[in-house]
Structures are given as C-alpha cells and as structure tokens.
Design a protein around this ligand. Structure first.
Ligand SMILES: Nc1nc2c(ncn2[C@@H]2O[C@H](COP(=O)(O)O[C@H]3[C@@H](O)[C@H](n4cnc5c(=O)[nH]c(N)nc54)O[C@@H]3COP(=O)(O)O)[C@@H](O)[C@H]2O)c(=O)[nH]1
Length: 700
C-alpha cells in the first residue's frame, strides 16, 4: 500500500483548471475524471463574466473546461473574453445539450475541442492533447517572436547585412544595405548580384579570394570597398560566412559589411602626421628615410646617380630668440616654400628636424646637376625673407653626399651628408661642402674639442693676441684688432676658426666674448695710460649681438675706464642682416654710447648699400679674399676699389685686412684706404710683443 501510494504521488501531475460551470456537481465530476487520469487538479469554478475575468487576472491557467450554456454566461462569452484579453489557453467545451452545428460554430470561435458530458472518458485524452498542442503553439510563438526581434535588429543595424546564394545573388538585405546600394523598395534586391556593387578590384577579391575562403573555412574577414548608387566608394570592413545544412553542405552565404570611412580618414590623417612635419607640411625624417631607401633601390637597379643635401640654417637660434618663436616658425615655413620652388618634381625636400632640411636628388644626369640646384638655392636665400615687417637674411650651410661614391645605403649617405654639413658650418658657415672621407675624423675631433672648451675659460686657457692696424696717412699704429687664441694643454695654440663656431653653437661665446671684451678694453686702457691712444677692435659674433650686450659693453667700459671712442666693435654683415630692426636698435645705442662700429669681411655677404646707409657704421673692412690677389686679379681689384669708393661716398673709414705684401700695401695707399691690417705690418701677437712695434712706429 505504501509502495502504491508512493508511486501514485509520483505519477500525479499538477493542473490548473478553470471550469466555467453553474453546476457544482458537474464540476466535481470533471475534477474526479481528471484525478483518475493521474492529474492533481487545482480547480476554480466560475459562472459569470466577472468571476472568470477575476480568475484570469489572478493567476495563470493550464486549461479551461466550459459548459456551453449557463444562465447568464456561456462558452461563446468565455471565448470572446479570452480573445479580448489576448489569452491563449486550451479551451474544451464540455456540454450535454449542444447540437453539432452549434459545436462547429463554437470551435470556429476558438474552442479547441468539445466533449459530451455523457462521454467524459474522452476528457483526459482531450486535455492531454490540448496541453501538448498548446505547448507546441507556445514554442512556435516563441520562435516567431525571436525571429521578429532578430529581424528588427537586422533592419535597425547601421551595417549592411545580406544573405546570398553561392553565386552571390542576394536573397535578403537589411535596410542599411538597401540604402547603401540604392534599392528603393524592400524586394528590389531579390536576385541582384552583390558583386555588381563592388569596384572591379574588390569584386575580384570577393569572387576569387573571399568567397572561396568562406566556403573552405567557414568565414572570411577583410577590407573591401562598396559602391554607392552614384559610384562613390564606401570603404568597409567585411565578413563573409558560409552556412551548412545537416548534410554539411553549404546552403547559403551571409555577409556583414561595416562602413569604415571615418576610421580610414583617421588612419590617413595619422599616417600623414607620422610621416610629415606639422610646421612645414614637408616629409619628415621618417618619410625622408623611406624615400631615400626607395630612391637608392631604383638607383641601384638602373645605375643612376643620387645626391643627398643636408641644409642647416645658420644662426637660427638668434632668429628664434631675437624675433620670437612664431617668427622663427614662419621663417622655417617660408624657407621650406622657397626651397620647394628650387627642386624638380621628382626630387624630395623634407624637414629633417629643427632648422635642418634634406633634399634627395634622384636620377641625376651628372653631379653638375647638384651645382645647378645649389646655385638656385643660393640665389633664393640671398633674398630677404619677409617676416612680420622684418627683412630677415639667412644663410644655409649645406653638406652634400653622393651615391655611389660616398655610401651605398641610406644610413651612410645621411651620415656623410651630415658630416659635410657640419664641416661647412664649422669652417665656413653659409657655404656648401661635398663630403670627403677625412670629415668623419674631423667630426670626432670636434667633439673632443667641444668637451675641452667647456673647461677652457675657468682654466684660463684663452689669450688675446693683437694685430696692428696702420693709419695710411700718418704711418702710425692707431688701432689693433684683438684676436683670441686658445692655449690648449695638449694641442698647443688652437686657431679661432676651429673653436669660435663651437663656442657659438654651445652658447659659450657669450661668456668667452665677455671675457675677451673685458681683456681687450683693459689692454687698451693700459696702452692709453702709457701714452699710446690705440683704438681696440673687438669681434662680436651673432650670438653675442643681443640687446643685453649693450649692458655688458657699458659695464666693461665703465669698469676699465676706457673712452668708448677707442672701442671698435666688428660685426659681419650676416650678423646685422639677420634681424635688421633689432640690429639697427643695438647699433644705434652703441653709437650713442660713443662706441665705433665696423662691418667685418665686407664684400662677402649682402653688401647692401641700402642697409649700409641705415646702420650707424664707422668703418668697413675689406675682406682678405679680395686683398690676396688685388694686384693680380682685375676683378678683385675692381671690387676693392668699389668698396673704397662706396666707403668714401658714405663717409666711412675703409680698412684693408690681409695685406701681406708691399704691392698690396701700395695699392691701398694709392687709393686712399684709411687703415691697413695684415702680416706686412705685423701678425697677431701678444701685447708685450706688440708694444715695441707701437713705440717704434708711433715715436718717430
Ligand atoms: N667672435 C670672435 N671672433 C674672433 C675672435 N678672435 C678671432 N675671431 C675670428 O676668428 C676668425 C679667425 O681669426 P684668426 O685666425 O685670428 O685670423 C685673423 C687674422 O689672423 C687673419 N689675418 C690677418 N692678417 C692676415 C694676413 O695678412 N694674411 C692672412 N692669411 N690672414 C691674416 O685674418 C683674421 C682676421 O679676421 P677678421 O676678424 O675677419 O678681421 C676670424 O673670423 C676672426 O674674426 C674673438 O675674440 N671673437
């Protein structure tokens, strides 16, 4: 008994039954039949519309068993109520009176079955079938709901989604896809080929690579381009999937394509930024290197000549510091523009960094093409750059390396061009140097020198030598030029040509220059005190020529109690032409202080008459290079004579420097040059050695 009970309880199935019935006995009868059928029913009997609605709203029901006709309610009313409330519950009519026609009518109205009250043996099987079918209906509905949800997601997604057969014919395409491809109505795509909506190169990629890969491996992912109706290209990231049936045969393909226009735009932008200089928009170091590799590969294959030009703006720091960074930037931009105008379309100009530019010349017919370009560049930069109402003159130091002789890869050519440029910068700024193997040795020497220079001032290794200048009219030594020397502990006396450029680059020139000015003024004062009013000429480099230099000069003159008229500051044309506005100001203040001013190396730079008139200058020094051959070379003689005439007409003193022979001396004497400086009078020498020369000349 216990075992039977146990089995019975296990078999009992719960069932929530709503019975529409006015007879309690009939309801109990139904309940009993259900129990016999191994159900454990939870039963609620209702007999009006209101009680049925309340029961429906209170809890869910598994089945409704309804009598056909109640005093104020019936199966038709119950079905209407269910429809109105959109409730799908198996509905079995249980009646003793209904005729066949009426029964059919009720079935049409939504009842799932009907049972005669005198044949209740059918009840349990009917309930079971209806429960099963209701379950199937629910599952179908769930699938349908799921399908509708997925469809609405596909329709709403901004990506193109399509289903295709194995030939690429479209069977479904979502709204985004229809819009991209211009299918105005929903079914317009039916049978159209997706391949027709790609440009040729992408169509072949999809046909020959992507679809075979998707068929083989199940999926292909890549980038493609889709055409919009007006032929515009939409870059896409695309996935193609193959879908198999139960027999493992591919049944159809699906694809999802995402518009990556924005990403592509950013990628291009990024690529541009990585490879271009933001200031000048020229190729930067990375792209330059890349181009050089390509040019060299081409040159190797076709036995072509190639040249690399390293260009560096001389004294760019002064422009930046003096005129401000914005003007410095403008200077680089303007220069970049001018340089771009000098090269052929096949050449590459780029900004290598800071004030350094690089030009790659490919497919040269001969190396003379390089000379042609250099001449063009020279002619361009000899014109002033118009920067915010300033005429700024710049010079470029250029280093050239040639392929194949100076290196056969990009590394070697860049290194050799750089070495050549640095040699130009150190020995002759503003000039061009072709690479020579010994330049590399010189490079490491320069590095060692630079290290020593940092200690030279505190170790008192600098000395001043003085070179006499002869007054042509009186024959007396009326002035001397102070020239610095470096007494290096190991190298001996180092020429200023080897260390002044280094001092300028490192900024040490300001300290060393101050020391030189002070030492020279002290020496001038010493000679004055001994009865020899000698004028002291002191060189002033670009880096020193700043507004605070005015204070330095003033303080030193005060400290040494030297009459300012006996100090002559020598500046080159390039120093004053770099920033004419600021130069005019400084020169004017110096003049007001009583200091005299000389333009050094005159004739080698701009030689601009307009500026000479504007600047408060006292003298012009004819550069040694015109003096050397003045008696042999007509052109040099003509230049020297022109400078003399120019100086005289502007009321300036003219000094000829580098006079080594009597013939040269006579040349200048005959043309009323005011002062002569050169080995013929005396080499630069320590003050103690010069003194006897002064006393000898000045005490007839
Ligand atoms: N900013 C500073 N620059 C300086 C200073 N001292 C020197 N310098 C500059 O260094 C350059 C080289 O100078 P140096 O080697 O001293 O050469 C000078 C003379 O020695 C040389 N000279 C003079 N007479 C003759 C001659 O008859 N023949 C010949 N071959 N050379 C001769 O000319 C140089 C004079 O230079 P300059 O200044 O142009 O008058 C040089 O550019 C110096 O300016 C310093 O303290 N500060």
């Amino acid at each position: 008994m216990k075992r039977h009970q146990h089995r019975g309880i296990n078999k009992m199935r719960g069932l929530r039954v709503l019975i529409v019935e006015d007879s309690e006995d009939d309801a109990l009868l139904l309940e009993r039949h259900l129990r016999r059928g191994d159900y454990q029913p939870f039963v609620k009997r209702v007999e009006t519309r209101e009680t049925m609605l309340a029961a429906l709203q209170t809890q869910p029901w598994d089945i409704i068993l309804s009598d056909h006709s109640l005093p104020h309610f019936g199966s038709m009313d119950a079905l209407t109520l269910l429809q109105k409330e959109s409730i799908d519950i198996p509905f079995i009519m249980v009646s003793g009176t209904v005729g066949e026609d009426r029964a059919v009518e009720i079935m049409k109205a939504g009842a799932h079955d009907y049972i005669m009250k005198d044949n209740l043996r059918r009840l349990v099987p009917a309930v079971e079938r209806e429960l099963r079918e209701a379950n199937i209906r629910r599952q179908r509905q769930a699938v349908e709901n799921e399908r509708a949800r997925l469809s609405s997601i596909l329709e709403a997604t901004p990506d193109l989604v399509a289903i295709m057969d194995l030939e690429g014919r479209i069977h479904y395409m979502n709204q985004a896809g229809r819009q991209w491809l211009g299918f105005i109505k929903k079914n317009h795509y039916a049978g159209a080929s997706l391949l027709a909506h790609y440009p040729l190169w992408t169509a072949s990629l999809i046909r020959d690579t992507a679809i075979p890969a998707a068929l083989r491996e199940g999926v292909w992912e890549g980038e493609a381009v889709i055409l919009n109706p007006s032929g515009g290209e939409i870059p896409v990231s695309q996935v193609i999937l193959s879908h198999r049936n139960a027999l493992n045969q591919v049944e159809f393909l699906s694809t999802i394509a995402r518009d990556i226009s924005e990403r592509k735009h950013y990628e291009q932008e990024l690529q541009y930024r990585v490879t271009h200089d933001t200031l000048t928009h020229l190729p930067n170091r990375i792209l330059l290197r890349d181009r050089l590799i390509q040019v060299l590969a081409h040159a190797k294959r076709n036995q072509r000549l190639t040249a690399v030009l390293f260009l560096d703006v001389d004294n760019f720091k002064q422009i930046n510091d003096g005129l401000g960074h914005l003007t410095g930037d403008k200077c680089l931009r303007t220069l970049a523009h001018h340089l771009a105008g000098c090269i052929r379309e096949s050449d590459t100009l780029g900004r290598y960094g800071g004030d350094e530019f690089l030009i790659i010349l490919s497919d040269l017919r001969s190396y003379s093409d390089v000379e042609t370009l250099i001449k063009k560049i020279r002619a361009t930069v000899s014109q002033p750059l118009k920067l915010n109402n300033n005429d700024v003159f710049i010079t470029l130091s250029i280093g050239v390396s040639l392929y194949p002789q100076d290196g056969d890869d990009e590394e070697a050519l860049l290194k050799t061009a750089d070495a050549a440029m640095h040699t130009a910068k150190h020995s002759s700024p503003g000039q061009c140097r072709y690479y020579r193997p010994e330049m590399n040795v010189r490079g490491s020497e320069l590095l060692a020198l630079e290290t020593d220079l940092h200690r030279a001032l505190e170790r008192e290794e600098f000395v001043l030598y003085y070179q006499p200048q002869l007054d042509v009219t009186t024959g007396q030594i009326t002035a001397v030029e102070a020239l610095i020397r470096w007494q290096h502990p190991n190298r001996g006396l180092v020429s200023p040509r080897d260390f002044i450029p280094l001092l300028e680059q490192t900024g040490l020139i300001e300290e060393v220059g101050k020391w030189g000015l002070n030492t020279a003024c002290r020496q001038a004062k010493a000679w004055h005190s001994q009865g020899y009013p000698i004028r002291m000429a002191v060189n002033c480099s670009a880096r020193q020529f700043q507004q605070h230099f005015l204070d330095i000069v003033h303080q030193i003159l005060q400290k040494q109690s030297l009459d300012p008229a006996y100090l002559e500051l020598e500046v080159t044309e390039s120093v004053v032409m770099q920033d004419t506005q600021s130069a005019t100001y400084i020169l004017q203040r110096l003049k007001e202080m009583g200091v005299t001013l000389a333009i050094d190396d005159f004739g080698t730079g701009y030689s601009s008459l307009a500026y000479l008139k504007r600047f408060p200058i006292h003298s012009l020094k004819i550069d040694c290079s015109f003096v050397r051959d003045v008696t042999k070379n007509e052109e040099d003689a003509a230049i020297a004579e022109t400078i003399l005439l120019l100086g005289n007409s502007l009321g300036l003193e003219v000094v000829a420097e580098g006079v080594e022979t009597e013939a040269q001396m006579r040349f200048f004497q005959d043309r009323h040059c005011h002062r002569i400086q050169g080995y013929w009078i005396g080499r630069p020498m320590p003050a103690k050695d010069l003194f006897p020369l002064i006393t000898g000349r000045n005490n007839p």
